[in-house]
Ligand binder design. Structure first.
Ligand SMILES: [Cu+2]
Length: 383
C-alpha cells in the first residue's frame, strides 16, 4: 500500500518556517472571514426584519377578517337550493340567456352602449335578487369584436349610485377610462381591441366585490382573423359567477351579503346568471361539429374548473391565450380564474347529453352546470 492511497490524496508538505508563517496567515484570514460572515448574517437578519414589517403590520387586521369570516361561517344561514314548489315548471318557463355567440359587431368602430339599471333578476327558479345590471340582466350583453377593431364604450348610469366599467380587453389609463359615472350621467372611451381572447368587463367602483357580485359583469370576445384558430361550427359564451344572498329570495328579492362574500360562501353559482339553465334548455350541436366555448369567470372570487363530462377538451387555450402553438390538447379540466377567460374546443362524435361543469363540485350543486346535447337525443342527465 502506498502513502498516496493511505493519505487519500492529501498533500502533506514538509514543515518549514515559511510554511508555519503561511499557516498563521491562513488562520488569521479564517478568523477575518468568520467575523465578516457573522456581521453579514446580522445585516441580513436586520434587512429581513425590515422587509417583513409591511407584511407584519396588517396581521392583526387580517386575523380579525379571518375571525369575522369564521364567525359568519358559523352563523350565516345558507340559502343554497332554496326552491318553491313549482321550481321545475319555473325552470322550464325561464328563457335562457342566449349562450350562442352573437355576430361580430359591424363597422370600423364597434359602438357598445351599456345602460346600467337597478333591476330584479332571477338567479335560480323562483329566486329573486336585487341586482345592478347592464341592459336588464346579469351578465351584461356578450360583445363580439374583431381583433384590431376600435371599440367605443358608452356607459349610461340609470342606477341610484355611481358605477363604472372596466374592460379587461383594453389597454387604457384606467383612472380616466374607468372613471365613476354619477347617476343620470354617461361616460365614453375607446380602445383598440388588439389582444385576441375572451375578456371580462365589470364595474370597478368600490367596493368592487359588491358591484361585481350584484351583477355588473359580462364578456367581450376579441376574435382573431380567420385561420388562426380551427374553424368552429358552434360558438358558445359562458360567464361564470357566484351569488351571495342575504335571504332566500323566494318571497322578496334577496340583496347582497358581504359577510358571505368575504367568507366565499355563495348560495348560488351560475353560468350566464341563472342556476342550471342549460340543463333545462341544453346547448346543442351535431355529432362531429367543432364546438367552441368562450368562458369568462366573473367571480367575483371563485375560480371555475371547466370540464365537459364524457369527453376531453381537444383544444384548450388557457387564460384565453390564442397564440398559435400555445394551445393544449387532450386535457380534461382547465381552470378559468376569477377575472380571467379560457377558450375550449370539443368535437364529439357520439350522440348524447354531455354536462359542462365547474369540476369544483360544490359549484355544480349550486348551479354551475349545463348540458351540451349532441345529436337528436332525449332524456335528462342528473349531473
Ligand atoms: Cu357598479
Amino acid at each position: 500500500m502506498t502513502a498516496h492511497s493511505a493519505s487519500g490524496y492529501r498533500y502533506e508538505p514538509p514543515r518549514t518556517e515559511s510554511n508555519a508563517m503561511f499557516m498563521v496567515a491562513t488562520v488569521l484570514l479564517g478568523i477575518l472571514v468568520a467575523t465578516l460572515g457573522f456581521f453579514a448574517l446580522l445585516m441580513w437578519m436586520d434587512a429581513r426584519d425590515a422587509n417583513s414589517q409591511p407584511a407584519a403590520a396588517p396581521a392583526p387586521q387580517a386575523a380579525a377578517t379571518h375571525d369575522h369570516a369564521a364567525a359568519s361561517a358559523g352563523t350565516t344561514e345558507s340559502f343554497a337550493g332554496a326552491a318553491p314548489a313549482n321550481a321545475d315548471a319555473l325552470a322550464a318557463a325561464h328563457k335562457p340567456f342566449p349562450a350562442a355567440m352573437p355576430a361580430v359587431m359591424a363597422g370600423a368602430v364597434a359602438d357598445v352602449n351599456l345602460v346600467l339599471k337597478d333591476v330584479t333578476v332571477e338567479v335560480a327558479p323562483g329566486v329573486k335578487y336585487s341586482a345592478w345590471a347592464w341592459a336588464g340582466g346579469a351578465p351584461g350583453p356578450v360583445i363580439h369584436v374583431r381583433q384590431g377593431q376600435m371599440v367605443k364604450i358608452t356607459l349610461t348610469n340609470q342606477g341610484a349610485i355611481p358605477h363604472s366599467v372596466d374592460f379587461h380587453a383594453a389597454r387604457v389609463a384606467p383612472d380616466k377610462a374607468f372613471a365613476h359615472v354619477a347617476p343620470g350621467k354617461s361616460v365614453s372611451y375607446t380602445f383598440r381591441a388588439n389582444d385576441p381572447g375572451v375578456f371580462m368587463y365589470h364595474c370597478g367602483t368600490k367596493p368592487v366585490l359588491a358591484h361585481i357580485a350584484n351583477g355588473m359583469y359580462g364578456a367581450i370576445v376579441v376574435e382573431p382573423p380567420a385561420g388562426v384558430l380551427p374553424k368552429a361550427d358552434k360558438n358558445f359564451v359562458l360567464v361564470a359567477s357566484e351569488w351571495y344572498l342575504g335571504s332566500n329570495g323566494l318571497d322578496k328579492p334577496a340583496t347582497f351579503d358581504m359577510a358571505k362574500a368575504h367568507a366565499l360562501q355563495p348560495d348560488w353559482m351560475t353560468f350566464n346568471g341563472y342556476s342550471g339553465q342549460y340543463v333545462k334548455h341544453p346547448l346543442t350541436a351535431k355529432p362531429g361539429e367543432l364546438v367552441r366555448f368562450w368562458v369568462v369567470d366573473a367571480g367575483p372570487s371563485i375560480d371555475t374548473d371547466f370540464h365537459i363530462v364524457g369527453t376531453i377538451l381537444d383544444n384548450a387555450y388557457p387564460f384565453g391565450d390564442l397564440t398559435p402553438g400555445h394551445a393544449l390538447h387532450g386535457v380534461q379540466t382547465v381552470t378559468v380564474p376569477a377575472g380571467g377567460g379560457g377558450v375550449f374546443d370539443v368535437k364529439i362524435d357520439k350522440p348524447g347529453l354531455y354536462p359542462f361543469v365547474s369540476h369544483a363540485f360544490a359549484a355544480v350543486d349550486q348551479g354551475q352546470v349545463g348540458l351540451l346535447k349532441v345529436g337528436n337525443v332525449t332524456g335528462t342527465m342528473s349531473h
